[in-house]
Design a protein around this ligand. Structure first.
Ligand SMILES: [Cu+2]
Length: 156
């Protein structure tokens, strides 16, 4: 009997199982990986209940701001009417650039609203005069010099 077969205790001619004797270990590993994934998913669901309520309140414009920029980038409103805007920030605090915070700055209107990670921020603008007002975020990603982190409020 060849040395190798004697050590493994298998009879000569017994086909080797795929996975070579690690079947139980790998099944255990898969089990614990699935448990870990389940724990993470439950944790995410419990830690982000706000995700379900991230629509803007009635009469408020929803503006999403995340690491890829503003959505929409062009906000059109009517002149002579107050404007309510809800900033929605889906980024979490683990972003290394800005800690997940964003802001909405309109220098021409004296507006500087900060929205914390995983939250929303609703604010009101007094009726702006007709015009084009640039806005930007200067907390993350190169700030206002980043073309993605800016937009225009068009009042007409
Ligand atoms: Cu930002």
């Amino acid at each position: 009997m060849p040395e190798r077969q004697r050590r493994s205790g298998k009879k000569p001619g017994t086909p080797a199982r795929t996975g070579g004797g690690t079947g139980v270990n790998s099944r255990r590993w898969v089990f614990w990986a699935l448990v870990a994934v389940a724990v993470i998913l439950v944790g995410l669901l419990l830690s982000k209940p706000a995700l379900l309520a991230w629509d803007a309140p009635e009469g408020s414009l929803r503006v999403r701001i995340d690491m890829s920029g503003f959505q929409p980038r062009i906000i059109r409103v009517r002149a002579g009417q107050p404007v309510r805007i809800t900033l929605v920030n889906p980024d979490d605090r683990f972003h290394t650039d800005g800690g997940g915070y964003h802001n909405f700055v309109v220098e021409a209107l004296g507006v500087r609203q900060v929205v914390a990670p995983l939250s929303t921020q609703t604010f009101q603008l007094a009726a702006p005069a007709p015009g084009r007002y640039e806005f930007y975020c200067d907390i993350c990603c190169g700030g206002k010099d980043n073309p993605a982190m800016r937009g225009v409020l068009v009042v007409e």
